[in-house]
Design a protein around this ligand. Structure first.
Ligand SMILES: *[C@@H]1O[C@H](CO)[C@@H](O)[C@H](O)[C@H]1NC(C)=O
Ligand SMILES: *[C@@H]1O[C@H](CO)[C@@H](O)[C@H](O)[C@H]1NC(C)=O
Ligand SMILES: *[C@@H]1O[C@H](CO)[C@@H](O)[C@H](O)[C@H]1NC(C)=O
Ligand SMILES: *[C@@H]1O[C@H](CO)[C@@H](O)[C@H](O)[C@H]1NC(C)=O
Ligand SMILES: *[C@@H]1O[C@H](CO)[C@@H](O)[C@H](O)[C@H]1NC(C)=O
Ligand SMILES: *[C@@H]1O[C@H](CO)[C@@H](O)[C@H](O)[C@H]1NC(C)=O
Ligand SMILES: [Zn+2]
Length: 548
């Protein structure tokens, strides 16, 4: 406060003056104004309007004590998990008390997930690849492929893959099977010790990401694995206190050992059957819905057929098929606008096909692209892709929700309109970080949206590929990183309630889901509120009196 004051007596005088004033009347109007602003922001933020019950207040106090302790600790050590790459932060997150509470928290629903990214890859290695008749081969570019078949299928063309090797026989020849299984696991996830070196740019990271789905395809599309994968995937989310899932599913042909293939209808029916089987075992589980999704590299005529197929599937399975989406890397795929002929089919026929578009999963803004285009004509892939204009078109095409919406804060007109229409974004923090849209999650653009109370849900996209599990890791990042200091139990409660509110459940289903969630929530709150503080407050290095 003394900067700019000439040295000598005047400085001394103003110092004395400042000391005198700081404890008298002049400070008070400032404090009032500050408190009012703080209060206003508290009310604006996501969940800020919620009024907590007495027990929730108590739980909140405990939670926030832990959160503050962890933030203070992080400031000291300069090791703050949300500001680190998830691969390096994961083990730290697992030690966090806040994370432990988030795991126990009933999180409602996971609304942004992809078919084969939901179950820990460990299961594929330890279970799927150990089943009989599992073969593998290497493509000329070194990617692995799998196929279950009996007898051994004919050798593929050399341009496609090497000779099929029976895995059971191969394992018998190995000196160290654990080592081999670990190498398989490395093929199935993005996890690596030094992600910044391994994934220098978005091209590299996306090519590994897509290679993983290519590699596991032969495993997960094998009918017996497909069924068990769904069941185990639900189990993993259920154990993470998630009661309902919406899966973006590509509904690729699923095959049998004898080489026969099933169609999309079979896949949807199988999803439905496995989910009901799961619900018999766990009656509190609410179920799943499928958002049929196609790749945004397909041409318009292909997508026209997919939209047609989506309409048919929805007629056949009105309670299971929720709608349609386009998936894959936005920066290089076709824009929604380029597909308008296909995407306008339902409205032109007067039928309803809800959309759940991925949009704005990009770090580029329209202006940046334009100026690049002005100076260097982009490759044909990029020409006219309008990239983050997908957000505009998602709005115009009445998307029910927006997948990611990472670029939304750069489009104030779209943002205002989607808010008015109550179109939420599905924020997937770890996915955005691993796919290199943001490195320090405190700087995730959803921080702005969260602070203004924009409708959102938190989801995990492909947790298995990123080395995460369920929803809790992403909730941790959203709560500790994106939400900052002020996000509290209200924020978490709002996120959980939003996940049901903005789901594709029908009105009656929603009501039942909300009740089931509330019951679990009250139990969770009571547990946190009544838990002895010292159990939570125990921190490494702190002296904790022994409970006995
Ligand atoms: C894989 O898991 C299924 C149940 O999900 C089990 O029945 C089967 O025995 C397991 N197979 C192997 C090889 O572990
Ligand atoms: C096999 O490899 C694993 C992982 O590299 C190692 O921990 C283990 O000691 C090895 N086992 C044998 C018998 O060499
Ligand atoms: C994938 O697995 C194969 C077979 O074990 C191995 O040669 C290769 O190094 C693995 N790839 C990675 C990225 O670990
Ligand atoms: C192939 O296997 C499936 C599943 O076991 C069976 O339902 C089907 O009838 C078989 N098809 C042929 C042509 O053998
Ligand atoms: C569109 O793509 C499909 C395969 O994905 C191909 O068979 C078809 O010929 C393509 N149509 C046009 C018009 O390019
Ligand atoms: C979007 O919704 C508006 C208002 O209900 C409607 O007029 C318009 O036709 C819809 N557009 C599409 C593409 O579904
Ligand atoms: Zn996604």
């Amino acid at each position: 406060m003394l900067v700019g004051v000439p040295p000598g007596r005047p400085a001394l005088l103003s110092l004395l003056w400042a000391v005198a004033m700081s404890s008298s009347c002049l400070g008070i109007p400032i404090d009032e104004e500050r408190n009012q602003l703080l209060m206003r922001e508290k009310m604006m933020q996501l969940g800020g309007q919620l009024v907590l019950k007495k027990e929730e207040e108590l739980a909140n106090t405990k939670l926030m004590t832990l959160k503050k302790a962890e933030l203070t600790q992080a400031m000291k050590t300069q090791n703050f998990p949300p500001s680190m790459h998830f691969f390096q932060a994961k083990s730290l997150i697992e030690k966090s008390e806040v994370f432990n509470i988030l795991k126990k928290m009933p999180k409602g629903a996971a609304l942004h997930l992809h078919d084969f990214g939901i179950l820990s890859m460990d299961w594929l290695v330890k279970n799927a690849t150990y089943r009989p008749h599992c073969h593998f081969c290497f493509t000329p570019r070194g990617a692995m492929q799998f196929k279950f078949a009996y007898p051994t299928p004919p050798t593929p063309a050399p341009t496609e893959c090497s000779e099929w090797i029976l895995l059971e026989k191969y394992r018998k020849m190995l000196q160290n099977v654990t080592e081999f299984d670990n190498s398989l696991l490395r093929n199935f996830t993005m996890m690596t010790e030094n992600p910044d070196v391994a994934y220098a740019n978005q091209n590299v990271v996306w090519s590994k990401f897509e290679a993983i789905f290519f590699t596991i395809a032969g495993l997960v599309h094998y009918a017996p694995v497909f069924r068990d994968y769904i069941f185990q995937g639900l189990q993993e989310f259920y154990e993470d206190n998630v009661l309902y899932l919406e899966l973006r599913a590509m509904l690729f042909p699923v095959y049998e050992l004898n080489g026969t293939y099933h169609d999309r209808e079979w896949s949807v029916r199988t999803y439905k059957e496995v989910a009901s089987m799961f619900m018999k075992k766990h009656p509190e589980f609410i179920g799943i819905k499928i958002i049929y999704s196609e790749h945004r590299f397909k041409n318009v005529s292909f997508i026209m057929e997919s939209v047609q197929a989506a309409l048919e599937l929805r007629t056949m399975f009105p309670r299971t098929v929720a709608g349609f989406d386009l998936v894959g890397r936005e920066d290089t795929g076709y824009s929604l606008y380029a597909y308008k002929e296909a995407l306008l089919i339902p409205v032109s026929r007067g039928v309803k096909l809800p959309y759940f578009f991925h949009a704005g999963e990009t770090g580029w803004s329209v202006n940046q692209i334009q100026s690049i285009e002005d100076h260097h004509p982009l490759s044909p892939d990029w020409q006219g892709t309008s990239i983050d204009r997908n957000l505009l078109d998602a709005l115009i095409l009445n998307s029910t929700r927006i997948g990611h919406g990472f670029a939304l804060s750069k489009h104030p007109a779209v943002w205002a309109e989607t808010w008015k229409k109550d179109i939420p974004i599905e924020v997937c923090p770890i996915s955005n970080q691993v796919l290199k849209l943001v490195s320090d999650l405190r700087n995730h653009p959803a921080a702005v949206l969260m602070a203004t109370g924009y409708p959102m849900v938190v989801s995990s996209d492909d947790p298995a590929v990123f080395g995460a599990k369920g929803l809790s890791y992403d909730f941790y990042e959203a709560f500790m990183g994106i939400g900052g200091m002020t996000a509290d139990l209200r924020t978490l409660k709002q996120l959980a309630m939003n996940s049901i509110k903005y789901s594709a459940l029908l009105q009656g289903e929603k009501k039942a889901a909300m009740e089931a969630w509330e019951e679990r929530w009250d139990k969770f709150v009571a547990d946190v509120a009544r838990s002895p503080q010292h159990l939570h407050a125990r921190r490494r290095g702190d002296h904790v009196p022994h409970p006995h």
